[in-house]
Design a binder for this molecule. Structure first.
Ligand code: CP
Length: 302
């Protein structure tokens, strides 16, 4: 990678992504190593998280590193008015790498301009979630035995969904065909459609979550409608349960179909899907540890 930061998947070349996937594969085979002995990794979470923070911290622990940080910014001096700039400058004096999640788009990029230690973006507003993308792509590679030429259907909140924005960018190196399913209010922003047009990537847009859409897919990427991104909660109420995947909807799907979801889920995947062998979202979350081991060791040049 050109810089020692992992801020946007758009900064990664095709070779960078393939290299990280191969590294993740290696860590899955051998997750307990001493590569981070003597290293301090800071996890600064200004927004809630279960999987991302805990899997980053597991990744560090399994590599014998130590973790400092916070999961609730209300317990830090940012609640007294300390700026993000000052917080990053301070933590940059304590740690060897900063893994941060922030509600503002561009916060991780901004942080990377303030400190010389590597910044890993663990999600910035509705913008990017590049470590999720790496674990998603590793999951796609594991389940499909390839990441080339796949039909990927993304369902739900395509407007604010940072996992969607990152994944469609990362996968764009591998000749995907996309199918986007969203209500009018949550359609994929034009910015991303222009990006796909420029790269010559085929996509369809639908408001109906129909059997035809499911049956043509190799990957069904379900997403949550994110209450926290709406300024008008009446708008959220209108769309919150718009698509619910149930087990019977998978009857005509391809054998190789796998259902991914970055999680947390609310109602968009019925519980009866969990026992279907095509449901892969819990294994996907487990893959996060190995993908994040690959990211941390790469930004630290290990
Ligand atoms: N996928 C994901 O980012 O989950 P968390 O919000 O629990 O970290």
């Amino acid at each position: 990678m050109e810089s020692n930061c992992f801020v946007s998947i758009a900064d990664c070349s095709k070779d960078d992504i393939l290299h990280l996937i191969r590294k993740a594969e290696g860590f899955e085979k051998n997750p307990n190593q001493k590569l981070l002995e003597g290293k301090v990794c800071a996890t600064l979470f200004f927004e809630p998280s279960t999987r991302t923070r805990l899997s980053f911290e597991t990744a560090v622990s399994r590599l014998s590193g130590r973790v400092i940080g916070f999961s609730d910014a209300a317990t830090t001096s940012s609640s007294k008015g300390e700026t993000l700039k000052d917080t990053i400058k301070m933590v940059g004096n304590y740690a060897d790498v900063i893994i941060m999640r922030h509600y503002l788009e561009g916060a991780a990029r901004y942080a990377s301009e303030i400190t010389n230690i590597p910044i890993v973006n663990a999600g910035d507003g509705a913008n990017q979630h590049p470590s999720q993308t790496l674990l998603d792509m590793y999951s796609i590679y594991k389940t499909q035995k390839t990441i080339d030429n796949l039909t990927i259907t993304m369902v739900g909140d395509l407007k604010y969904g940072r996992t969607v924005h990152s994944l469609l960018t990362g996968m764009s190196h591998f000749n995907p065909t996309y199918c986007f399913v969203a209500p009018e209010e949550l359609r994929l922003p034009d910015l991303y459609k222009r990006f796909l047009d420029k790269k010559g990537i085929q996509y369809q847009e639908h408001t109906d979550f129909s059997p035809e859409v499911i049956n043509q897919s190799d990957i069904l990427y379900m997403t949550r409608v994110q209450r926290e991104r709406f300024t008008d909660l009446i708008e959220y109420e209108k769309v919150k349960n718009v698509y619910v995947l149930t087990n019977s909807m998978l009857n005509g799907s391809k054998d190789n179909l796998r259902i991914l979801h970055p999680l947390p889920r609310v109602n968009e995947i019925a519980q009866d899907v969990d026992d279907n062998p095509k449901a892969y979202y819990f294994e996907q979350a487990k893959n996060g540890v190995f993908a994040r081991q690959a990211i941390i060791t790469t930004v630290l040049n290990l």
